[in-house]
Design a protein around this ligand. Structure first.
Ligand code: COA
Length: 397
């Protein structure tokens, strides 16, 4: 029987994962004060405390490369045949963002690299594609990077839900962190709740419709999972939700409660909010940042135990939903209480609201193709150094 194989088939999943975020952070209390908004609307109404904001020399590539560099320092690159980069804030219409990461990290030439897009669902699409590749060739490993900068117009309803973050995951056979169950629940319905036409830096959003479409996705993907013989809700130690903002996870849990006819409010069910409420929306990375949060903070005071089964709901506007489940492996317990992600969030540089607004405006007024040299701002190990003739040049420290 090949490595990682069992009577259920090949065991495939997330062997290890790492989170990265941007250089700057903006306090939502300060944003509320500046806007004349009651801070409780952001802190309680949306469930958000802070938002990560990129320096001018940062983007989805630099943040994604940061997460992957830290991950690969632990796992090595042996056996990695594929890099899938999931993003909806890609920086080129043709060239995959992962190609710059491939060069920055000095990855082997004998690999394939591609970009995956379906709004915030892209990370899950990449994870599922990676799992399929590994199931076909269990000796191979796939690097998945979900990385996004969530940007909305100044003074728009979406503004306090901005953020920036990346999660890099190594997908392998016999995974140490989370083994994916072979069955998942899916739901697709074309809807105009959130979209970003070519040439636009900011998404167009029908906020109310996006909340309704998300909740339809929770219900329909759960019912699909149940119809396919997925685990009952009683067998899940924790349920994670894609978190455009923290309150959305609570709404998702409430909808699921009404579908299964059982109150699911309880310790840990919305675990992951501790990270997302400080990082803001990280689109494709968001639900996997919540997973990292669950692993680090555990369920309430309790760390996860090997063999615990967890579920997570992935949603991408437009819209595609998927409910996945998996079993926690032995490495999960070692991450509990490490404080690693909290330290990264604490390390961000505070940006005052006037300075944030100036950077936001300047970014919006600079066409992508404008030739420019970018002064070093980020303390991250990778940065965008130059744009010349529309081509981007990144550098490492
Ligand atoms: N104190 C406490 N709570 C308050 C409050 C106050 N002073 N003022 C408002 N709230 C609550 C509201 O009751 C509401 O809670 P509820 O959803 O439980 O009813 C919440 O804060 C948001 O208020 P609302 O007026 O609905 O917000 P909004 O119109 O400014 O926009 C979004 C909210 C989510 C639509 C907006 O942030 C957005 O467009 N985000 C981007 C799209 C997105 O993330 N969609 C999610 C699915 S992908």
């Amino acid at each position: 029987m090949p490595r990682g194989a069992s009577e259920r088939g090949i065991s495939v999943g997330i062997h290890d994962l790492e989170v990265a975020t941007s250089h700057f952070v903006v306090s939502l209390s300060e944003l509320a004060e500046h806007n004349g908004t009651d801070p409780a609307k952001y802190l309680i109404g949306l469930g958000q405390r802070e938002m990560s904001f990129p320096a001018p020399d940062e983007d989805a590539v630099t943040i994604g490369a940061e997460a992957a560099a830290e991950l690969l320092a632990r796992t090595g690159v042996e056996g990695i045949t594929t890099l899938l980069f999931a993003t909806e804030s890609g920086i080129d219409q043709s060239k995959a963002a992962g190609l710059w990461v491939h060069r920055l990290l000095g990855l082997p030439a004998s690999m394939r690299v591609a970009e995956v897009k379906q709004a915030c669902y892209g990370g899950t699409a990449a994870l599922q594609a990676a799992a399929g590749m590994v199931a076909r060739a269990p000796q191979e490993r796939v690097l998945v990077i979900a990385s996004d900068v969530a940007r909305y117009a100044l003074d728009s309803p979406g503004e306090p839900t901005q953020g920036a973050g990346a999660v890099a995951m190594l997908v392998s056979a016999a995974p140490a962190l989370v083994e994916l169950d072979p069955v998942s629940g899916r739901f697709t319905a074309e809807v105009d709740d959130f979209w970003r036409p070519n040439g636009m830096l900011e998404a167009l959003v029908d906020g109310e419709l996006s909340v309704a479409a998300y909740l339809d996705g929770v219900e329909s993907s759960w019912l699909d999972l149940a119809a396919r013989g997925g685990p009952s809700v009683e067998r899940l130690a924790a349920i994670l939700f894609h978190q455009p903002f923290g309150k959305m996870a609570q709404k998702g849990l409430r909808r699921l409660s009404s579908v299964v006819g059982r109150d699911l409010d309880g310790a840990g069910n919305t675990a992951g909010e501790a990270i997302n409420s400080r990082m803001g929306n990280s689109y494709a990375a968001s639900v996997y940042a919540a997973l990292a949060g669950l692993l680090e903070y555990g369920l309430g005071e309790e760390p996860l135990s090997t063999g615990d089964r967890i579920g997570w709901f992935s949603y991408g506007s437009g819209s595609v939903s998927e409910f996945l489940t998996g079993t926690v492996g032995p490495a999960a317990t070692t991450r509990s209480g490490s404080g690693g992600i909290a330290a990264k969030l604490d390390a961000r540089a505070a940006l005052g609201v006037p300075e944030y607004r100036a950077l936001h405006t300047a970014r919006g007024e600079t066409p992508e193709v404008t030739d420019r040299l970018l002064p070093r701002t980020t303390r991250g190990r990778f940065r965008l150094a130059e744009v010349r003739g529309g081509a981007r040049r990144y550098e490492g420290v």
